[in-house]
Design a protein around this ligand. Sequence first.
Ligand SMILES: [Zn+2]
Length: 431
Amino acid sequence: MNILIKNGRVLDPATDKDGIYDILVTDNIITKVESNIDEDAIKSEQECKVIDASNQFVMPGLIDLHVHFREPGFEYKETIKTGSLSAARGGFTSVCPMPNTKPVIDSVEMLEKELDIIKRDAVVNVYPVAAITKGMKGEELTDIRELVKHGAIAISEDGKSVMNSSLLREAMKIAKETGIPVLSHCEDINLVEGGVMNKGERSEELGLKGISNAVEDIIVARDIMLAKETGCRLHLCHCSTYDSVRLIEEAKKEGLPVTGEVCPHHFSLTEEDIVADDANYKMNPPIRTKKDVDELIAGIHNNIMDIISTDHAPHSEEEKTGSMTKAPFGIVGLETSVSLVVTELLDKGVITPLKMAEIMSYNPAKVIGIDRGTLQVGKVADITIIDPNKEYVIDKNEFVSKGKNTPFDGKKVKGKVMTTIVNGKIVYSEC
Ligand SMILES: [Zn+2]
């Protein structure tokens, strides 16, 4: 079936387009982006679904470079099916699941198993990320060349850092040779010392162990230096600190192939929002201070930080009940990302609507090198329609993700995903 999207505010950073247009999708391809496409003429020729997008944003389908879909191994937390349904509801048309499943995605065999599940169950495009070391043990490299050949879009040790710098340098050389980016989770494990939240006044008040900024900053600096030496494309995941932004700014000034991402929880909350020992505020890296948050927001505004990712990390209710000391790290993010970006960045003038499409779709597509993230004629129709003025209250019980672990339950927000189209098919619709 064909789809005609009428009167939306079309935002396409690839061509700097920001204006009211109609978009025609024929089969799975965008075939027209024009003012006033004649609905009757189209309908007389073929069956066509018409979507009225008046007062709504029509963006290239959103892309999340950082999700955890937990399959195989932790299907009680999330599966590729429920994760991708959650992505669709959140406006995401492409996602990259991290390899810290059980077993780890560290061999062609495991990767092919994952790809089979994706083919069977996923409702959005899912691009798997492979591990850097076998079993993510940090001892022996995976066969990166073969993994890339069989469909790994990037490599990452997400959940931890490859602490052996020599091993990471070797991986970066192969990443450079094979043309993929390294997605870096930055955390010096030797400095963590059992921390569960940001190290500072609040952790002391709550009597909880803290994670200092240096835990992240040291590895950000190291990885940038290794990217400089190897020429590898380095993408720094879920940056949370003042100095991460500063280091990325310096790297960019030098022309290094370094990009950085920020998660909605890291720009929406400060440690002061943690009023009790509540595991729904436990994530890695942790929510930082106002100084850090201000710098992250300035970094997004000044094009130092390139991408918004969610770090969608579902856990069961049981795991996230009780003290931070015992609970696993992570919160869900796919179904709250758009509204937090609209509420905390767009509405406050940090970004324009066009820039929102850039950091949530166009830039992520560039980092992983996929031919998506644009609304140009001839491209595959991945499209997200958002009502930027719709106000609502986040209700975790409405999430289609298995994970309900969010600190944003009950938060009043603005900006709702109305329709998600993947490869020319409507995979989610609010109406
Ligand atoms: Zn991570």
